[in-house]
Design a binder for this molecule. Structure first.
Ligand SMILES: Nc1ncnc2c1ncn2[C@@H]1O[C@H](COP(=O)(O)OP(=O)(O)O)[C@@H](O)[C@H]1O
Ligand SMILES: [Mg+2]
Length: 439
């Protein structure tokens, strides 16, 4: 303001001096002083001190930030989180769009004690005003949001305070999930451990001389320790998969031999339950991009589930077919595992891939389940940028399918013979393969 006034006042004073040539020095000085006082009065009427705040109070929110020096304006608007600039009088003089969204359009010019109101936020600002800066508080529901926020108030050193609000809801959810996971994992391990130590005590005491009881107890102990080691294997698998979840697999993979391998590894269990594994591979199935061991683990978990939760004597269908690509999506191969079992009620479907979620915990445990199989499947499929889908009809059965990206043409080997290899064109296997027949 003064910058505008000074040159004008100077010019007027000089003009007066010119006019007053011939007057006494004292009269000249008096005239010049009079001009200065007059100009100052006029200026004060046009730009009263605190007039900006008064105008902001009248409603024009954007004007508050317009009146800030240009550098401050850009600074607060460029912040990703809601931010306010607050004076020592509690009045805000600027708010970025995120803050206006959170607290309403007038927050940039209102008294924060009325517009923000939250006691913890006001406490943080009060601390910053008292020189305890930065002041940090964590608060729940704020303005129009239900989540959790970290509020940070810092004195800018010129009577203004910058208050920022960082949404930490996601971090809180993740923390909660970690805590739940540790609690669940400990519980899952503690149960078999408690059983084992209980039987050890019985064997050392009352059943010491009871030969048939000893055999029975040792069998249970072997089963329980098997459960513990399966659980630890699954937990380690999960953490390994999580570690490289952002590292996309690179290697091309032939699915048909892999599907056949699953049949071979599970052959004994299939036979014991009078099951057949029907493997169906579409003609000309292209190679996919995949980590062989991880895809094998996915297939193993899915076929194991069909074995555990399907009906004895019914077949399990394992199939792979090409899904046509679109403008937005590359070509994918869909692999499906289908069983005829009890099926899963719709309300459970969305939660099946959560760690330790089971429809029937007792049944899962008695079948040797850890509750982590589908969580592992989901993580592996996500790492491959595929999609997992579970469909089920109660009383009819369940189909779990996932997609895998097809090897893009450009990274296929350059030699013509390699491009025409059986794996890249048609699989050597017949389109429908039966690995096991009912005895
Ligand atoms: N094919 C299936 N048919 C019926 N229920 C299934 C099937 N696959 C999974 N489920 C249900 O989903 C739950 C979670 O599966 P999973 O994560 O593999 O854990 P687990 O098999 O160790 O219990 C199972 O406990 C079961 O209730
Ligand atoms: Mg399972």
């Amino acid at each position: 303001m003064l910058r505008k006034v000074l040159p004008v006042a100077g010019a007027v004073a000089t003009a007066l001096l010119a006019l007053a040539q011939g007057l006494t020095p004292l009269a000249v000085a008096g005239l010049a002083l009079g001009a200065w006082v007059l100009l100052l009065a006029v200026t004060l009427i046009r730009y009263p001190p605190g007039g900006a705040a008064r105008q902001e109070q009248e409603g024009e929110v954007t004007k508050a930030s317009e009146r800030l020096p240009p550098s401050d304006h850009v600074g607060i608007d460029a912040l990703p989180d809601p931010a306010l600039v607050v004076l020592g009088s509690w009045r805000a003089v600027a708010a970025n769009p995120q803050a206006r969204q959170l607290f309403g359009p007038r927050v940039g010019s209102a008294d924060v004690r009325q517009s923000v109101r939250h006691p913890a936020v006001l406490d943080a600002i009060r601390s910053a005003m008292a020189g305890d800066s930065p002041a940090i508080r964590e608060v729940g529901a704020l303005g129009h949001a239900d989540g959790a926020f970290r509020v940070r108030a810092v004195a800018l050193g010129d009577g203004r305070h910058l208050v920022t609000f960082t949404d930490i809801t996601q971090a809180r959810v993740a923390e909660r999930m970690r805590a739940d996971f540790v609690a669940n994992a400990s519980h899952e391990l503690r149960t078999p451990l408690a059983n084992i130590s209980g039987f050890i005590e019985t064997l050392l005491g009352p059943a010491a001389e009871d030969e048939p009881a000893r055999r029975r107890f040792l069998e249970i102990m072997a089963r329980e320790s098997g459960r513990m080691s399966r659980l630890i294997d699954d937990l380690l698998s999960l953490s390994r998969i999580e570690l490289d979840k952002y590292v996309r697999p690179q290697a091309p993979l032939d699915l048909p031999p892999l599907l056949a391998d699953v049949g071979k590894t599970l052959a004994m269990r299939l036979e014991a339950d009078g099951r057949r594994l029907l493997i169906e591979v579409a003609d000309g199935l292209p190679q996919v991009i995949g980590d062989r061991d991880q895809i094998l683990q996915v297939l193993h978990n899915l076929v194991s589930n069909s074995l555990k939760y399907g009906h004895s004597g019914t077949p399990i269908r394992l199939s792979a077919a090409l899904v046509a690509g679109s403008a937005r999506m590359d070509e994918m191969v869909r692999v499906s595992v289908e069983d005829a079992g009890d099926g899963i009620a719709p309300e459970h479907l969305p939660r099946l891939t959560e760690r330790f979620y089971r429809v029937d915990t007792g049944r899962s445990r008695s079948m040797g389940g850890t509750g982590l199989g589908l969580a592992i499947v989901k993580h592996i499929v996500e790492r491959h940028r595929g999609r997992l889908e579970i469909t089920s009809r109660q009383g009819e059965g369940t189909t779990v399918s996932f997609t895998l990206p097809v090897v893009p043409k450009r990274i296929e080997p350059a030699e013509p013979e390699a491009a025409a290899s059986p794996s890249a064109v048609a699989p050597a296997q017949p389109a429908r393969l039966e690995l096991r027949r009912e005895p």
